[in-house]
Design a protein around this ligand. Structure first.
Ligand SMILES: Nc1ncnc2c1ncn2[C@@H]1O[C@H](COP(=O)(O)OP(=O)(O)OP(=O)(O)O)[C@@H](O)[C@H]1O
Length: 293
């Protein structure tokens, strides 16, 4: 079962396509990273998925049902962490309890106590990391099956990022929910996320299991004068290097056919950057979508 599935999804604002022909699937139980440069369409995809925007083309399904019917099954933490800064944390919880029939107040209080966040403190007086944790706690207390977060790690120091990432992973382990989070900080997604979606210029470039994707890519280094000949024989994603040495990031796990070249595994960041530098490259075919609805 896919937690999120989009087919031919597009969103146009007047003449600008914020997202085009986007077909992706995030299987249930995954922690998926949504990565792309500024203006790539990440927020648009999340807002469409949560039903806050109506698509211009295509459709979104949440656990097999149209997004607008998913209601209580999804929770969304927007980029600007929409918390009422004048509220105390306890008032925020009371507010959430009143609005959400599935609200788990005991779990929310327990989580905040464990994090050392005082319930009587006003939201506006919390640090950025604490505010993110409160927004995350409120979202988790709704007991969603699919939690979507727009840039939850932005504006946080490394320690706070690590705390937030651990908090998310703990929640996934405890409840089995699916998470989709957008981020610019690719290096910090390693070990947190197990599914990757890359969007660039409104289009999907990559969608798949992170371990499988990394196993299928390698970084080749060798003499620059032979790079053209090698590149003609291999699916090259991006090319770099200066002087006499060239580096090719290829979508291939076989040893290089030229003994003057050496190969090593890619890191997640290298792979993502290679795609972002080459907007025409794509690691698709896409993951299997469920049969046409
Ligand atoms: N309401 C709108 N009206 C016009 N254009 C919009 C609107 N919302 C988004 N866009 C455009 O659509 C594109 C995608 O925007 P989106 O916010 O989805 O990108 P993003 O990947 O989340 O970017 P960032 O990483 O900077 O947050 C951008 O070019 C943006 O300017």
């Amino acid at each position: 079962m896919n937690a999120l599935e989009t087919t031919g999804l597009g969103m146009r604002h007047r003449r600008t396509w914020a997202l085009r022909d986007c077909s992706v699937a995030v299987p249930a139980g995954r922690v998926a990273a949504l990565v792309g440069p500024n203006g790539a369409g990440k927020t648009t995809l999340l807002r469409l998925a949560v039903g806050l925007l109506t698509p211009t083309t295509g459709q979104v399904r949440i656990f097999g049902r149209p997004a607008r019917e998913s209601g209580e099954r999804t929770a969304f933490v927007a980029q600007n962490k929409p918390l009422y800064t004048g509220f105390r944390v306890s008032e925020m919880l009371r507010f959430g309890r009143g609005l959400n029939p599935r609200w788990d107040d005991a779990a929310a209080r327990r989580r905040l106590t464990e994090l050392g966040i005082p319930l009587d403190r006003r939201i506006g007086r919390l640090s950025g990391g604490q505010r993110t944790q409160v927004a995350l706690t409120v979202a988790l207390a709704k007991r969603p099956d699919l939690l979507m977060l727009d840039e939850p790690l932005a504006d946080l120091d490394p320690l706070a990022r690590d705390d937030v990432a651990r908090g998310l992973m703990g929640a996934v382990a405890e409840t089995g929910l699916t998470v989709l989070l957008s981020s610019h900080v690719v290096s910090e997604l390693e070990g947190v996320c197990d599914w990757l979606v890359v969007v660039n210029g409104g289009r999907v470039q990559v969608s798949g299991d992170i371990d499988e994707l990394m196993a299928r890519h390698s970084l080749l280094t060798g003499p620059a004068e032979t790079a053209d000949a090698l590149a003609a024989r291999l699916p090259v994603v991006s090319r770099s290097g200066a002087g006499r040495q060239a580096t090719l990031l290829v979508r291939d796990d076989a040893p290089p056919p030229d003994p003057r070249w050496s190969a090593r595994p890619v890191t997640l960041e290298e792979m993502v950057l290679a795609y972002l530098r080459t907007p025409d490259a794509a690691a698709l075919p896409r993951p299997a979508l469920s049969p046409a609805h």
